[in-house]
Write a protein that binds this ligand. Structure first.
Ligand SMILES: C[S@@+](CC[C@H](N)C(=O)[O-])C[C@H]1O[C@@H](n2cnc3c(N)ncnc32)[C@H](O)[C@@H]1O
Length: 203
């Protein structure tokens, strides 16, 4: 499959839910992120206001509702989600596939790179390359999550939207990246989805 064939149904799906997305993740499904992510950053001495970050697959800009970085570049394939991120104060927005954007960026051009609640849209091969590229474009830290999508949820994405999703819990990581499991989210199928938080300091 070409990258376009992979991400076009993803963009269509997220365009259709964009207007309600932020409200939903803030108040229901992903309510633990605002507690856990700032805690990880604080424990690693990240003084947020000094850092410029890139938020890969930024969606509606949920990251900015619970962090206070100096600036945010958002990347996403879904135009309507980027519209929400724009309303939410992102400094620069790029509508494209994260692999294409990462390949076009120079080394160490941002301080931090995030990939939150989106790795499950990437095949194992693309995910490996994405982690390599995140370490290249960021000079201070990377932070990402793996969502333990269940067989029922994988089937639902495929049947309802023609979207392939992958469970990457336990995915092999390069040295220096720590991971832990913490509170997850509730899927539309009613299942509790496990979330693995991964963080790596780059210097
Ligand atoms: C579950 S949402 C998460 C959004 C945001 N990171 C958050 O924490 O709320 C997944 C987002 O990933 C985007 N996405 C999925 N695959 C992508 C890709 N290959 N390139 C860019 N964006 C992608 C979708 O359009 C969607 O906005």
């Amino acid at each position: 499959m070409t990258p376009e064939e992979v991400y076009t149904p993803v963009a269509e799906f997220y365009n259709s839910v964009a207007s309600e997305y932020l409200e939903r993740v803030q108040h229901e499904a992903h309510s633990a992120f605002p507690t856990i992510v700032p805690k990880i950053l604080g424990e690693h001495g990240i003084n947020q206001s000094d850092y410029n970050v890139i938020d890969l697959a930024c969606g509606a800009g949920f990251l900015k509702t619970y962090t206070k970085f100096n600036s945010y570049i958002g990347v996403d394939v879904a135009e309507e989600m980027l519209g929400e991120a724009s309303n939410n104060g992102y400094d620069m927005l790029i509508q494209n596939d994260i692999s294409t954007v990462l390949a076009g960026l120079g080394d160490a051009v941002v301080d931090g790179a995030f990939l939150m609640s989106a790795a499950y849209f990437l095949s194992p091969h693309v995910l490996s390359e994405t982690i390599i590229q995140m370490r290249r474009v960021a000079n201070k830290f990377i932070c990402f999550t793996f969502d333990g999508v269940t067989p029922a949820l994988i089937k639902e994405y495929k049947n309802n939207g023609g979207i392939d999703v992958y469970n990457h819990i336990g995915f092999p990581l390069p040295e220096g990246i720590e991971r832990f499991t913490a509170s997850g989210w509730t899927a539309d199928t009613g299942e509790e989805i496990q979330v693995e938080y991964c963080f790596g300091l780059l210097q």
